[in-house]
Design a binder for this molecule. Structure first.
Ligand code: 3PY
Ligand code: ZN
Length: 628
């Protein structure tokens, strides 16, 4: 074990060690407790079988169809190699020289964030990663990380987001990996100290991210500079992004007009963008608006332009078609079976829509269909998380809720007993936006609006109530922090009266929040984690703890009790096992466990049940508390 600790140590691997390494590295002498992975896994399965999903049986799902691909390496050349050979500037130039429109596939990130509350597990991605890389070698990028996927992985899926990134990278070496980065909010919901942002970007780069789509939730460029610079320092692609809100075609609504976006784009170019991102997070960009916006930005900047939309209204393909006529360089799509509605427009649909034009993407559409069949099967596993939207939803032009928020806020509303009043929550969402002065709504500003809307509906508060008796109301923390300036400054400032009411005498700030936050002491975190976890601590652990201390520690507790459950197939992870069923679990490469569920006892007087298994043919029993 000692030798293993030495050769696995980060400093050893990175060459940062000398002859005092052993004396000064106490963690080398910590040896893992003998862990019985089998028992841990059986405990998880027993617990989930007895207590999971309201005692429902695991449904009988059809087997997933994984397309066969050759093992040959010749297809492993793509945009990733262009970046590695020519650097971010070279890549940006290459991009501008392409005649056809390029595609970013968002299936691994935004599609499921927007359709299934971000819940797709790493296993379902890993099984299709290599086929995706080989069947779609001409993609511009795969968006597979960031946004809400980071905390949801720990929180709900009980898996490590860094593991997802590293494993996918191994299987997809040819295509650029893209993440969504909320500038000074990283992958969180609040501003972090500057050293957390630069450390997070450095770690993400070294683990495999190539393209950072950087946005600020209030379009406040001050909040984006540090992230843009850090990405550049790591020699990765800074896709500095403006968020599109409102409607430039509505001449009665002048706050966010064409000039507003033009000025912002120019500022982003000066700030160091390699690519200009346009993030239409709610799907508000109408086709003619897309044409005008892209044409104008193509004239006023030299940057390649990457457009992102959501298909909520059903207009997504037409919006892309017009943007493509205006010369957009890349657009975001999802595999057909994970596209549409609150997700991105479908890759295959766009391909066919552009038939006969010289900008049709160079993809093999039959290959996309094969991947689509796989994802259709996967999507079935997560049907409990579907947002219920069955048809195009034009009311998005009214409430303006981001696609990535819709299904998550809906789950939150259900959790606080407002499932039946979802229509009221959506109407209140717009109401709150107007009260706040019509702000850009995207994580975390959209969360603030969502929290306030839920709060008002739950407490039966109207807008008038807030102005009349707001002083005696305890507002949600996120709302107080927002109006205090802690996630940045909105364009044209905060509404003063509302700010006064909510802050109750507290002073708002007008500087960049990062300037006021003390740097995080990573060495101290490392030492604390080392003592608490009693194992080697990686710098991924350290940065995750800095971002999400409680979420990270809760995950560690789960891991300590059950081990790495990302190896389970998704139906077993959610439902446990049915009586008599046998499953195979590959716990590491070449090591497979065979598990059969034999029987479950009636509850004992102390409320526990005994669950009888066979593990690789040997009888095993697990005692579990029946929480029902
Ligand atoms: C996120 O920040 O997670 C988003 O998807 C915003 O659209
Ligand atoms: Zn999005």
């Amino acid at each position: 074990h000692f030798l293993e600790n030495v050769i696995m140590h980060e400093n050893f691997l990175s060459g940062e060690y000398d002859t005092t390494f052993i004396d000064h590295t106490p963690e080398l002498f910590v040896f893992p407790k003998r862990k019985d992975r089998g028992t841990k896994m059986l405990s998880y399965i027993a617990h989930t079988t007895v207590n999971g999903v309201g005692g429902r049986e695991k449904p009988n799902y059809p087997a997933l169809k994984i397309p066969k691909v050759k093992n040959a390496n010749e297809e492993f050349f793509g945009t990733k190699q262009i970046l590695d050979e020519q650097g971010p500037e070279g890549l940006a130039k290459w991009l501008k020289d392409q005649k056809e429109v390029l595609l970013t596939d968002t299936t691994f990130r935004d599609a499921h964030q927007s359709l299934l509350a971000t819940r797709i597990r790493t296993k379902d991605m890993l099984d299709i990663a290599e086929p995706t890389a080989k069947l779609l070698p001409n993609l511009f990028s795969v968006e597979m990380w960031g946004g809400a996927t980071f905390d949801v992985a720990y929180r709900f899926l009980k898996e490590d987001p860094w593991h997802r990134l590293l494993k996918l990278r191994e299987k997809m070496p040819n295509v650029l990996f893209q993440m969504l980065l909320r500038a000074s909010n990283a992958v969180g919901y609040k501003n972090y100290p500057d050293n957390v942002i630069s450390e997070f970007i450095q770690k993400s780069s070294s683990a495999g991210i190539d393209v950072f789509r950087i946005f600020d939730s209030l379009n406040w460029i001050e909040g984006m500079r540090l992230a843009i610079e850090s990405v550049r320092e790591n020699n990765k692609i800074a896709e500095a992004t403006l968020c599109y809100t409102g409607d430039i075609l509505d001449k009665g609504r002048t706050k966010y007009d064409l000039d507003y976006y033009k000025n912002m784009a120019k500022e982003l170019e000066v700030s160091g963008a390699h690519i200009l991102g346009i993030k239409d997070m709610a799907g508000l960009l109408k086709p003619e608006a897309a044409y005008q916006l892209i044409s104008t930005l193509k004239e006023s900047t030299d940057l390649p332009i990457h457009l992102h939309t959501h298909d909520t209204s059903g207009n997504g393909i037409y919006t892309y078609a017009r943007a493509i006529q205006a010369g957009v360089d890349v657009v975001d799509v999802a595999v057909g079976s994970m596209a549409g509605h609150t997700s991105q427009p479908s890759a295959q649909t766009l391909y066919h829509a552009l038939e006969g034009t010289d900008r049709q993407p160079k993809i093999n559409v039959e290959n996309y269909e094969k991947l689509s069949t796989y994802w259709e099967g996967v999507r079935g596993y997560y049907s409990d998380l579907e947002n219920g939207m069955k048809a195009p939803h034009t009311e998005v032009y009214f409430h303006e809720m981001p696609g990535g928020q819709y299904s998550n806020l809906q789950q939150q509303a259900i959790a606080v007993g407002l499932g039946e009043r979802w229509d009221e929550v959506k109407a209140m969402y717009r109401n709150v936006n107007d009260m706040f002065g019509d702000i850009v709504k995207v994580t975390p500003s959209s969360k603030v609006i969502g929290d306030m809307a839920l709060f008002m509906v739950q407490n039966n508060l109207t807008e008038d109530d807030i102005y009349e008796r707001g002083e005696s109301i305890d507002f949600p923390d996120s709302v107080i922090e927002f109006i205090q300036g802690m996630i940045g400054q909105p364009y044209q400032g905060f509404p003063k009266e509302l700010q006064r009411i909510i802050l109750k005498g507290k002073e708002p700030i007008t500087v960049r929040p990062g300037e006021l936050l003390d740097p995080v002491d990573f060495v101290e975190i490392r030492n604390t984690l080392f003592k608490t976890l009693n194992r080697q601590v990686t710098s991924f652990d350290v940065i995750s703890y800095a971002l999400y201390p409680k979420v990270f520690m809760d995950y560690q507790k789960f891991y300590e009790e059950y081990g790495d459950m990302s190896v389970l197939d998704t139906p077993t992870f959610f439902f446990g096992m049915n009586l008599g069923e046998e499953i195979e679990v590959e716990i590491e490469k070449g090591k497979t466990l065979f598990v059969r569920l034999i029987s479950i006892s009636q509850p004992e007087p102390d409320g526990t049940r005994t669950v009888y298994f066979e593990l690789n043919g040997q009888p095993r029993q697990i005692n579990i508390k029946d929480e029902n």
